[in-house]
Design a protein around this ligand. Sequence first.
Ligand code: FAD
Ligand code: EPU
Length: 294
Amino acid sequence: MTALLSRTGARVERLPLARYTTLGVGGEAEVWTVQDHAQLLEAMEAPYRILGGGSNLVIADQGVPERVIRLAGQFAATDLTPDPHLSTSDQIVTGWVGGGVPLPGLLRKLQRLGLGNLEGTVGIPAQLGGAIWMNAGTRYGETFDGLHTLEIVTPEGARQVTPDELPWTYRSSGIPRNHIVTRARLNLRPSTPETVLDRMQAADVARKGQPKNRTPGCAFKNPTLEDGQKVSAGLLIDRAGLKGMQAGQARIAPEHGNFIVNLGGATATDVHALLQLIRERVPVPLELEYELWP
Ligand code: FAD
Ligand code: EPU
């Protein structure tokens, strides 16, 4: 279908969502690509979902009935200029960085500038807005380590919040679903490019055992056991003997039990079958990390 322009100029087109996900699964939806607040608010006039880097999504084979919003234009711009009023010798507060900015490219820029606090999120193929919404991270650091102010938009309008106003925790910002993180000002630690690079490389080593195929990352959050210890969900899936199990063209990765990979042509139904199998066989209750659409 050719793209149409909405009343305020948003680009509207029917597109296969598989194209926008790292798993490569998902049917069609009406996609609204918005460049500014007027277009975003118009897109939010009917039921909608917000798509980031598509790196944590399993989208149904029949697609979704809601509008799918993608952030572009003003929401994909990066202003890393230090704020002269808020920055000090040991803290840099930047200008606004769009929620639609890809995290890997942002981290490369911060490394070259010798600015730390977000380097623990290296290797996460998210957009900044999606990383904030999930508080994506690794054991070397998480997204909320480097935030100063967030702008959140709902159909009622835009508001600004600081991280201490949110109940954020492991893999959760506490921001309600469909409250859109349009941009953020970052809170960074002045360092050197070499030190930031060293820390990024240390965090990246932990990924060496992760599969290279198409995947939405870890399927389940790491559970906390009765003794208060957090345990790797991958380790539990491995111990249950499930690595390598396959449904259609989806497989539990032989490299790491918490990754489901698309061998080529997998469907959402295949992935759901494996999620079900894991839940049946692992003796500890597991909370899904993936977002399932719808
Ligand atoms: P999407 O997948 O597009 O969306 C996920 C959810 O966020 C949806 O509910 C969506 O509506 C919401 N969302 C997206 N953008 C916004 C926005 N601007 N405002 C509000 N809500 C929004 N995660 C980790 O935490 N640590 C890791 O180490 C890690 N490694 C990964 C490695 C690989 C190879 C892959 C494929 C994924 C990995 N992930 C990891 C998972 C994933 O990258 C994170 O969950 C990330 O936060 C998803 O962000 P996204 O922009 O891709 O969001
Ligand atoms: N392990 C196994 N078998 C497996 C998987 C893991 O024995 O199949 C063992 C490993 O040998 C290791 C331990 O379990 O001793 C922990 O494994 P790993 O270092 O891979 O960490 P994880 O807890 O499984 C977490 C995050 C990843 C993140 C890595 C690296 C969660 C759910 N997962 O994995 O995040 O990249 O640490 O920091 O928190 C994601 O969230 O999508 C994600 C990929």
